[in-house]
Structure formats: structure tokens, C-alpha cells
Design a protein around this ligand. Sequence first.
Ligand SMILES: Nc1ncnc2c1ncn2[C@@H]1O[C@H](COP(=O)(O)OP(=O)(O)OP(=O)(O)O)[C@@H](O)[C@H]1O
Ligand SMILES: [Mg+2]
Length: 511
Amino acid sequence: MSNSPYAVEMYDIVIRFPGVLANDHVNFTLKRGEIHALLGENGAGKSTLMNVLSGLYKPNSGVIKVNGQVVTFHSPRDAIAKGIGMVHQHFMLVPTQTVTENILLGLREPRFFMNLPRYERKVQELQAQFGLRVDPKAKIWQISVGEQQRVEILKTLYRGANVLIFDEPTAVLAPQEINDLIATMRALVAQGKSIIFISHKLHEVEAVADRITVLRKGRVTAEGLPMAGRTRRELAQLMVGRDVVFTLEKEARTPGEVVLQVRDLKATNNKGAPALRGLSLEVRAGEIVGIAGVAGNGQSELAECITGLRACDGGAVSVAGIDLTNQPPLAAILAGVAHIPEDRTRVGSSPNLTITDNVIMKTYRGEPIGNGATIDETKAEEYARSLKQSYDILAPSVQTLARKLSGGNLQKVILAREITTNPKVIIAVQPTRGLDVGAVEAIQQHLLQQRMAGTAILLISEELEELMALSDRIAVIYDGQIMGIVDAGQADINEIGLMMTGTRQTALHAS
Ligand SMILES: Nc1ncnc2c1ncn2[C@@H]1O[C@H](COP(=O)(O)OP(=O)(O)OP(=O)(O)O)[C@@H](O)[C@H]1O
Ligand SMILES: [Mg+2]
């Protein structure tokens, strides 16, 4: 050990991608035992900087020190050897293998298949030490996103990480899981670890960060400022360079006829257990109905049944009178259902296609882009360029591959594609998850515009604040059923909370 107070120092880091200066002479220091928040808009260069620190990218120039010593990383293995572990924004787990197998993956553990129970015990010890609950024998595909994240954390701890990099860990978590993660982070620093925390949710940053560094378009705009005494508004301003509206103006609107009708829907989840147990719901034209609930209570299955991605075992789904029960996704698209899915990279887009190909995915069949047989490339690109402009998508060109986009910009691509189909219904699942404060504002405005245009919107979100701000009515889901529906204007948070944990609205008002 050295006597440097810093676990990590990064000086003058430059990373150039074709057409983008992602890190422009960035300085960043991490003190031992601190939680340091790295903030910035979508595409500011946060993940890039952390990919440099975790040995994934080699910087064009710059110096990295760990515990005061200059280091050079040629691969993530080198970074791990120096005690640096990264929990990625997109998980890197093998779905068909177990939790323990994933934790051991890539390690040269002797005869690990023969000794699996021993390793499972080791994993359990780590879990107990840091409060990371997950069944070591479960297969990855069977466990929730929150649990998968715990596996990623366990993986880095198993490899002896002293510095943990969390790249937007809370973006995929439910409120209770966020509280658990915050507790885990505190336990980690209490036991001598140092943490870099990337988040767009400023209230979380307020709650846990000791210091902050802000990136803006690849440059540092605030370096290692103490967090104490700073306001959310100030942070937002440092990130986007302007004032951000925290309250949305929602115009009054009388909803029209029922567009989306879900009756007595039943479906099972990936594990074969009942996920929807007779769920009924209506959304009218020009209305936003929010679905509140703790993750894993049937929200994903509901969205999938409506959009044709999952078969249902009973009940019915219809849009504007057209029966969509157990119809393929194309039938839903043709009936006017737009889908902003939870999983942007696997369901929402094709990572290896360009922005152009991603935005025309639903419109290439008809005029003006296609004629049923061929696609007019020039028209397609023109169309993509106009969307790039109007949705403020940050990328070198419309030929940029989707997988090279930052999270927020990818979401804008999906939104642009879905909204321009003039949908009758939008199924929006966690539409602002992982987006920066400016992008959140933009996406929410787009949804409100769609509401004014008469689209029926089903908004599934774990952000109560967002549900309250956007919805006309809020339906609370629990164990595959709707516990009750309240007018967002008169919603009582406590009442919603009780319904989220399984109390029926009728029981609340019975006395
Ligand atoms: N592998 C890559 N190849 C080319 N360009 C890339 C690559 N990775 C990132 N970029 C570009 O570099 C810039 C910084 O991206 P980065 O992912 O670091 O942003 P971020 O701050 O993490 O954003 P977000 O909050 O959306 O995750 C963006 O313009 C992005 O498009
Ligand atoms: Mg990122």
C-alpha cells in the first residue's frame, strides 16, 4: 500500500471514436473509502471513461494511477488484477448458466465443476458480508434484473475488487431494490471499498455521494466537488448547461372513446408461474393510464401480451375494436400499437444496424421509403436525418450503428420510430429509465403531445413521480391483478403504496 489518499487517479484522458471526442483531457480522482458520483448527460462520456478505467478501452493519451502507482491496462484482466471491478450498464452474464457458474466464469479455478458446492458456499459468504441476496444455484434467465445485478456485483467482489464502478445501477431497479443497493454501497465503503457511482437520478446522488464530477460533451465541467450543500437544480445545471424544468405542464383534456381494452387477461411468466391472474383495464383516446407496482408483478407480461410478444392463457386484448388476443406482433403493429419496450437493446432495437435501419423498421414497407419490394435508400436516410434532428439524437451520422449510441440516444431512436407510425396506442415501458434530466424532459413532453393528439397511452413505470406527473389515472398492479385505479390528480401516495403491497382499493374504503 502507498500513502496516496487516492484509490484511483486519471489525468488528461483522451478517447477518440470516429467522429466523436468522447473524453477530452479528462481528470478524475477517487479517494479511498468515498462514493464519488460521475454525472453528465447521455453521451457525455461517462461509460467511456469508466471503460478506460476497467481496461476495456485503451486511451489515446493520459495517465492512470492506482494507489499512487502508474498503471497500464491492456485488458480488463489487468484492471481486475489491480482491484478494479465494473458493474456494467448492460449486464454481461450467460443466461443459461447458474449464478455461481457466472461468478466463476473466466477464472482459472481448479476443477470447479467437481467442487461446485464449495464455490456456492464461498458465494454465500460474500452475499452475507454485503447483503446481496440471490440463489447461487438459480439460472440467470430465471432471476430478476435486480438479482442479475447482484450477480454482477458478486462477480467483481469475488475477484477481489477494491474499487467498484457502478454504471447506472439503479436505472434497472425497483424502489425497494434501490434502497437495498444503497445499503450495499454503504456496507462496501464501510468495509474499505471505494465506489464510483453513475446515475441520472439526482435524488440518489444527493443521498449517497461524497463528491461529484460532472462531464459535459466529453469535458469535465466540475471536478471532485464536495456534494454537501448542493441542490438538485445546481447539479442539473452543471450537467446540461441550462435550467431544467422539474414540473411538467399537463393541459386538461377530456378523454375520448375506449381504444385499448384488456379483459380478464391470464398469462404465465418465463418460469412458468402465473404472472397475470385475470387483469382488466381500459385506456381511452387522449388518456394516459399509468401502471404503478413493484417490478415483477406482471408489468412486463402485460406489455408483452398486448404487443403480441407473449401468448396469453385466457382473456382478451383489443385495440379500437380489433381483437389482438394471441395475435403475432405484426397484427398489433397494423392495429396501431406502438411499443417502447423495457429492453432497449434486445427488443427495442437492432444493435448492429444503423440508426436509419432502426428508424425505418416499421415503415419500410410503404411509401415514401419502400414500395413493398425495395427500399429507397436516399429517402430512408432523409427520413432518418429529419428524425435525428427533431428528436435531438446525438450521433455522428444516421449511419452510426445503434450499439454505438449512448442509452439516452438509443431511447430517442426507438421513440422516434414508434411515434412517427401515428399509433392509436402506445405501450411505454419504463420510457425514461437511464435518461439524463434533459432527455427525460424531452421524452415526457413527447408523450404528453401524443396524449393531446388523441393517442391512448399505457405507461408502465416504477417512478411514482413520473406516473403522478404524466398520468390521468393510475392503476396499481399486484400479483397480476389490478388492486385499484385512482385519478392522478387526487392520488394519495399512501393509498398507492398500500395497493402496491396487495391491499385492494375496495378494502381501503370499506370501513
Ligand atoms: N464503441 C464506441 N464506438 C464509437 N462511439 C462510441 C463508442 N462508445 C461510445 N461512443 C460515443 O462516445 C460518446 C460517449 O458515450 P458514452 O457511452 O461514454 O456516454 P455516457 O455518458 O455513458 O452516456 P449515457 O448516460 O447515455 O450512458 C457518445 O457520443 C457515444 O455515441
Ligand atoms: Mg453510459
